[in-house]
Ligand binder design. Structure first.
Ligand code: IDP
Ligand code: MG
Length: 139
């Protein structure tokens, strides 16, 4: 994956609340091109692998439970400076600290159920994109 790409998931809470369309619209309006997209549900093993970096944290069990309780929208997004610009667009992990207009400020309920994932580096964007999509599913 090129370094001008990032990976996102619209998390189960955002899907349950019917926010897929609004969030994808905001992503498009912010200059990101969707190059891969699907509705998918992670298994417990998937979530444990995806979030392995957090497996010592006290919220790990809760995070795996949350991320596997229903479908997510997985997507790969392309834009100049994609990783950093997308983190700006989603806002702080805790919606209480997220800037006005950010996706988490608009749609997240709590630091745990925070509506959306965004990769934190080009390296992780490539790993996370490849976790969810084959080369033939990325455009
Ligand atoms: P990020 O998603 O903004 O990169 P991370 O610190 O990487 O935040 O945490 C990954 C995910 O774990 C968060 O998006 C959130 O869903 C969950 N999480 C983070 N901190 C907490 C917490 O203190 N309590 C419960 N869940 C948390
Ligand atoms: Mg993170």
């Amino acid at each position: 994956m090129a370094t001008n790409r990032t990976f996102t998931m619209l998390k189960p809470d955002a899907v349950e609340k019917g926010h897929i369309g609004a969030i994808l619209e905001k992503i498009n309006a912010s200059g990101f091109r969707i190059v891969a997209l699907k509705l998918t549900q992670m298994t417990k093993a998937d979530a444990e692998t995806f979030y392995a970096v957090h497996n010592e944290r006290p919220f790990f069990g809760e995070l795996v439970e949350y991320m596997t309780r229903g479908p997510v929208v997985a997507a790969v997004l392309e834009k100049e400076n994609a990783v950093e610009d997308f983190r700006t667009l989603i806002g702080a992990t805790n919606p209480a600290d997220a800037a006005d207009g950010t996706i988490r400020k608009l749609y997240a309920a709590s630091i745990g159920e925070n509506a959306v994932h965004g990769s934190d580096s080009d390296e992780n964007a490539a790993i996370e994109g490849a976790f969810h999509f084959s080369g033939r599913e990325m455009f």
